[in-house]
Ligand binder design. Structure first.
Ligand code: SF4
Length: 281
């Protein structure tokens, strides 16, 4: 949804299959796969936290040295697979710098209160989840699961990790998006059906530390979040039906901030890109 909000043109290229005149089929696919260099770093941190928790579930404790090595291997592998052709910034961004930043974030994640408590065996129950596994409802597949659920001090916590946050407190639309973990939780048969039985928690990397934000769940929050979800789904459905200008790239709005284009794989062929053109391929 964020892509649709920041650049409808990019959304149409990436998810609807419209093509720029300057790109052929193969070239289009390659451009759609492009990712900013920092994505590899952020994914490695998120993967590192998930890996640590999965190992802990099996009763294995990973050392900081093991994690640092895993992060380095993961980022190098990502660059070998898709990174070198992944984005123009990869030519200049030193991979070692990304590895060192990811290792730093992962090391600092050991100080996150809830993860320390899990490590010290203070949580009654806990489970890392695969956020990328969708919840299938009658009409849709929804990616609303938290990254981790923990029962601690008699309350269920639904935790999402954010690998980068612009502010310590989520903005209003982010708060509503976060509230969708309540929707996931109340649909889950093994969990309470009352949203007030949960706390929603976002643990995000901001500047040089992990910032922990949490609020008690409520029926009102869940309702607001569902309303937002319904509105978003309706916009997406219309876009995929080719309505609202989604049949013709040139009738769509494009990014107004350069930083959106910097992270866009189509910058090389997009005639309205706000970054300097580089050779596609
Ligand atoms: S390069 Fe910029 S304007 Fe063009 S599709 Fe990408 S984000 Fe949108």
């Amino acid at each position: 949804m964020r892509v649709l909000e920041t650049c409808p043109r990019r959304y149409a290229l990436q998810y609807i299959g419209l093509k720029e005149k300057r790109s052929d089929r193969t070239n289009h696919r390659a451009l759609a796969r492009r990712r900013p260099a920092e994505d590899h770093m952020r994914r490695a941190v998120s993967g590192g936290i998930a890996r640590r928790l999965t190992c802990l579930r099996r009763g294995e404790r990973l050392s900081p040295g093991d994690e640092a090595g895993w992060v380095a291997d993961t980022i190098r592998a990502a660059f070998k697979i898709g990174g070198a052709a992944g984005h123009h910034r990869l030519d200049t961004e030193p991979v070692d710098d990304l590895i060192s930043r990811a290792q730093h974030r992962l090391r600092r994640s050991r100080e996150i209160d809830i993860l320390r408590r899990i490590d010290r065996d203070e949580a009654a129950e806990w489970l890392p989840l695969e956020r990328l596994r969708p919840l299938h409802t009658t009409n849709e597949s929804l990616w609303t699961a938290p990254d981790l659920i923990v029962s601690i001090d008699g309350r269920w916590q639904l935790i999402r990790f954010a690998m980068e946050a612009g502010r310590s407190q989520p903005a209003e639309h982010q708060r509503l998006e976060l509230g969708l973990v309540l929707d996931w939780a109340v649909r889950e048969p093994s969990l309470p059906s009352d949203p007030a039985a949960f706390s929603v928690r976002r643990i995000a990397w901001r500047w040089d530390r992990w910032v922990d934000w949490q609020r008690p769940g409520s029926a009102a929050w869940l309702e607001e979040s569902r309303t937002l979800l319904d509105a978003d789904l309706s916009i997406l459905r219309r876009a995929h039906l080719g309505l609202d200008g989604f049949r013709n790239l040139d009738s769509l709005e494009s990014a107004t901030r350069r930083r959106e284009c910097v992270t866009c794989g189509f910058a090389a062929v997009c005639p309205v890109s706000l970054v300097k053109k580089v050779r596609a391929g």
